[in-house]
Design a protein around this ligand. Structure first.
Ligand code: UD1
Length: 333
């Protein structure tokens, strides 16, 4: 039985497809390529040395799902396909609710109808909001602060409620801040348009496409005044999905897990580590806080360690090295 990976050509999806293949699983990718390059499929196929099947279509379209489930024997599903910009979700809330929740509902219905045993959902630490005590555990209050965050929390609930009246088990994985790329440099984060996240923006400075990095906020109550996040290597996240498929669970049950490293890093510490990786200073300037940003967030990953046997293994230096390696190869090709 194959694993259907929606959004399998995207950033975390593509790395997860490679990890699943390495773990000996058959994979079917479903992607509409609205925010993923078609070239990612070639890269995945060359990394896995296999002609793994790719279906083009919208994971929220019941007819597409019907056709995909009809053509392949699907035993498990990992659902990545979603829109993921916080800022865009504030400007277009209905679009986000329609798209992100439409796909969750269509996929949940198809999965139950086709007797899928395990569904893994791509969630986010953004479901916690800003008030949690640190480190953030899975039992911390969930208070999303954007329509995007709401779609992740509602997606978790829709799937948990669906699982409860079916034979399916569901795991939602709440990622902290994904960084890095496959060590080959063949797949990585390829944001269309202007990136919003810290490491892609640092890479733009390094690549000469941006003069300097703006550090958003120097007056936080942290060791150096800049905000703290839990950056986690995308290869570690990919392995977390394999663990989520492998773990034993009762039918009709659901669980949530934090995936992070368990330690926090400030913006200036990330910059310093990136300068060291690149081997030259990275210009920056202090700027105002970015609206909506929180001071500090890092994960308690005890539950994932104890129940999934998963732990992040790669450090910040490796995240930056691999991320830069991918960006450099992209700019050369
Ligand atoms: C953002 C999203 C979050 C998403 C996460 C992972 C927002 C408000 N939150 O989180 O929903 O799950 O990405 O993709 O967009 N920074 C700078 N200069 C920059 C860019 C960022 O100083 O040019 C700082 C930010 O202020 C923040 C830290 O770097 O303190 C990390 O920012 P970012 O990578 O955008 O992630 P989050 O804000 O944690």
């Amino acid at each position: 039985m194959a694993t259907l990976v929606t959004g399998g050509a995207g950033y975390i999806g593509s790395h997860t497809v490679v990890a699943l293949h390495e773990a000996g699983r058959d994979v079917v990718i479903l992607d509409d390529f609205s925010n993923a390059p078609r070239l990612a499929v070639d890269a995945i196929r060359s990394l896995t040395r296999s002609d793994l099947p790719v279906e083009e279509g919208d994971a929220g379209d019941p007819q597409v799902l019907d056709a995909v489930f009809g053509r392949h024997r699907i035993g498990s599903v990992i659902h990545f396909a979603a829109r993921k910009s916080v800022a865009e979700s504030v400007r277009d809330p209905l679009g986000y609710y329609r798209s992100n929740l439409g796909s969750v509902m269509a996929l949940a219905a198809a999965a139950v109808e086709r007797d899928v045993e395990r569904l893994v959902f791509s969630s986010s630490a953004t479901v916690y909001g800003s008030t949690s005590a640190l480190p953030v555990t899975e039992d911390s209050p969930t208070v999303p602060e954007s329509p995007y965050g709401e779609t992740k929390l509602m997606g978790e609930r829709i799937l948990a409620d669906t699982a409860a009246v079916s034979e399916m088990s569901v795991i939602s994985l709440r990622y902290f801040n994904p960084v890095g790329a496959h060590p080959s440099g063949l797949i990585g984060e390829d944001p269309s348009g202007e990136p919003a996240n810290l490491v892609p923006r640092i890479m733009e400075v390094v690549a000469g496409r941006r003069d300097r990095l703006e550090v958003f906020g120097a007056d936080y109550s942290t060791v150096d005044g800049t905000a703290v996040r839990d950056y986690v290597h995308v290869m570690d996240l990919a392995e977390g999905h394999v663990a989520a498929l492998d773990t034993d669970m009762d039918p009709a049950s659901s669980r949530v897990y934090n995936l992070g490293t368990g330690s926090g890093t400030t913006v200036l510490q990330v910059l310093a580590a990136a300068s060291e990786t690149i081997g030259s200073p990275i210009p920056y300037e202090m700027a105002e806080r970015r609206p909506g940003d929180i001071e500090a967030s890092w994960a308690d990953c005890t539950r994932a360690r104890d129940e999934l046997g998963w732990q992040a293994r790669r450090d910040l230096a490796q995240m930056l090295r691999d991320h830069w390696n991918f960006v450099r190869r992209q700019s050369l090709s």
